[in-house]
Ligand binder design. Structure first.
Ligand code: NAD
Length: 259
């Protein structure tokens, strides 16, 4: 496919394996000409991320735990190093909540695990956007994209503290868009319907979520990670040059229903 991203350089956080939404986005950006750097979290997934990165000739694969300020600072310094002091696109596709908090009652969420979910799933966008700002400014602007879910706007049984984290993430998108707009940096989110990934498997009742989408969504079908890849490519491309601070729903229309 001819390239909307020829000459563009992107950093992708959140690939764990080939089912990851981040990988569907990365593949699409690469197909359209982008050069991609990747982060991975922990040795357990390093090998699979390195293999995937190699398949798109990535110049940089580096470790990043988004809870660590030092890791984030090092990663963006390495990105500046390999990308000649600039960065065009940032894909943030990272979230975490303890499995026990995605099973029981939200009411029982303990303080430490509440902050853990918010830290990894929402604050990480803020710190990454801040670190990306000077590199994107060097390019005269840029695009930031994160992944959210309807559970941040409505109560979805079992989504619990992750819903609260997504609400914080959604608000962060709007405030970052306001701050960074002056520098030509756009910040948007995609709200995806259920996709079977590693993270999704830790949500109790995920199968029920899928069944309900099939029954109630206007299109009566599931989305695929590649659908998110296409939407991401739009939001990160110049086709969306006047789109910022917004959420694009890729959920077969499920969010539009009242019952
Ligand atoms: N799968 C779905 O149904 C669905 C729907 C809507 C939104 N999302 C969102 O999409 C994003 C990607 O999730 P996915 O479904 O592709 O699952 P995934 O498990 O493939 O990706 C989650 C990523 O988060 C990373 N991560 C977790 N803790 C981290 C930390 N401390 N530091 C750095 N990275 C860390 C993991 O390593 C992994 O790469 C998440 O924000 C998720 O909430 C997923």
């Amino acid at each position: 496919m001819a390239g909307r991203f020829e000459g563009k350089q992107a950093l992708v956080l959140g690939v764990a394996n080939r089912r990851s939404i981040a990988w569907a986005i990365a593949r699409r950006l690469a197909e359209e000409g982008a050069q991609l750097a990747f982060t991975y979290q922990g040795e357990r997934i390093e090998k699979s991320v390195r293999e995937l990165a190699e398949s798109v000739s990535s110049p940089l694969v580096t470790e990043c735990d988004v809870r660590s300020d030092d890791d984030v600072a090092r990663v963006f310094s390495e990105v500046g190093g390999v990308f000649g002091g600039g960065l065009d696109l940032l894909v943030h596709s990272v979230a975490f909540a303890a499995a026990e908090d995605l099973e029981g009652r939200f009411t029982d969420t303990p303080r430490d695990r509440f902050w853990l979910a918010l830290d990894v799933s929402a604050y990480s966008l803020v710190i990454c956007a801040r670190a990306a700002e000077p590199l994107m400014e060097a390019r005269g602007g840029g695009g930031v994209l994160t992944m959210t879910y309807l559970g941040g706007e409505r109560a979805v049984p079992h989504y619990n503290v992750m819903g609260v984290a997504k609400a914080a993430l959604d608000a962060s998108v709007r405030y970052l868009a306001w701050d960074l707009g002056l520098k030509g940096i756009r910040v948007n989110a995609i709200s995806a319907g259920p996709v079977r990934t590693l993270a999704a498997r830790s949500i109790a009742g995920f199968t029920t979520m899928e069944e309900i989408v099939e029954q109630r969504a206007p299109l009566h079908r599931h989305i695929e990670a590649d659908d998110v890849g296409s939407a991401a490519a739009y939001l990160l491309s110049d086709d969306a040059r006047n789109v910022t601070g917004t959420t694009l729903y890729v959920d077969s229309g499920y969010h539009s229903m009242g019952m």
